[in-house]
Design a protein around this ligand. Structure first.
Ligand SMILES: [Zn+2]
Length: 272
């Protein structure tokens, strides 16, 4: 009797654990847009470890995407599809990186290029060649951001396209609207002047609030054709721009290829 009871308990414990992964949900349509931040190993004292994906894991994830028949696309591909100029490949996926860390150049760019894949990086203009100074260094160690030379090299390679992530990485919900307008227009202007290319894409900084309807109106008015939220999910494609920004799938440090598959097909991987 005890044995049976133990077996049943073990079965339910295993079922409960695996039910965390949403394999039991049905697949949903829409465009998968992955969001990464830092590639490599978190420095000692880092509390935001989820934002780091090891280079080995990143390589394995990109290789897995390609092996499953996914085509990695660029902002310009998405824009052409949005304007009905060119269709997206059947299994298109957008790999994006927020903030513009140096490790995007030293790790991610190298891996994408080697595997024949493409990626997109949202840049914080005032931190180019510096550090992620929007974090309090007492609670989150600063790391280097990519230099302008690195950004130019990546852009010229055709492997990476760049977009804006503001001038200073503020929470646009929490600053006056005129300051938010400046963050949006000035970063577009400065990046375009420095990189000689139109910046069609923008990502709202921070996961929680990120944007309000008034802030979004400013982003569209600033001339961004594609705006990306930090909201978890897939966006139906063709995209109804009036309905809201393009959602993304946050890939965390602990995610494995099962998580990746669930993100891509279910729009989420785990419940908790
Ligand atoms: Zn950010």
């Amino acid at each position: 009797m005890i044995k049976v009871f133990t077996a049943v308990s073990v079965f339910f414990a295993a079922a409960a654990a695996s039910a965390r992964w949403v394999w039991w949900r049905s697949t949903i349509p829409g465009l998968p847009v992955l969001v990464y931040h830092k590639i490599g190993t978190p420095p000692p004292g880092s509390k935001l470890k989820d934002l780091w994906v090891s280079s080995e894991k990143f390589r394995a994830q990109v290789a897995w995407l390609l092996s499953q028949g996914y085509t990695t696309v660029l902002f310009s591909d998405l824009l052409k599809a949005h304007k009905n100029e060119k269709e997206l490949p059947e299994k298109a996926v957008l790999i994006t990186f927020d903030d513009g860390y140096e490790n995007n150049y030293t790790q991610a760019y190298k891996i994408l290029r080697e595997l024949g894949a493409k990626g997109n990086i949202f840049i914080v203009f005032n931190t180019i060649g510096k550090a992620n100074t929007w974090h309090n260094p007492d609670t989150e160690p600063w790391v280097n951001m990519a230099s302008m030379e690195m950004l130019k090299e990546m852009q010229e390679s055709g492997v990476i396209e760049l977009g804006s992530h503001t001038m200073n990485h503020p929470n646009l919900e929490k600053i006056p609207l005129e300051d938010a307008a400046w963050e949006l227009t000035e970063s577009k202007k400065q990046l375009e002047a420095a990189l000689g290319k139109e910046m069609c894409a923008f990502a709202y900084p921070y996961g929680a609030g990120a944007y309000t309807p008034a802030v979004r109106e400013l982003a569209l008015k600033a001339g961004y054709m594609l705006d990306f939220s930090f909201k978890q999910g897939k966006t139906p494609w063709p995209w109804n721009r009036a309905a809201g920004p393009i959602d993304r799938l946050f890939i965390k440090r602990g995610d494995n290829n099962l998580d990746l598959m669930l993100h891509l097909t279910r729009g989420v991987s785990r419940l908790f």
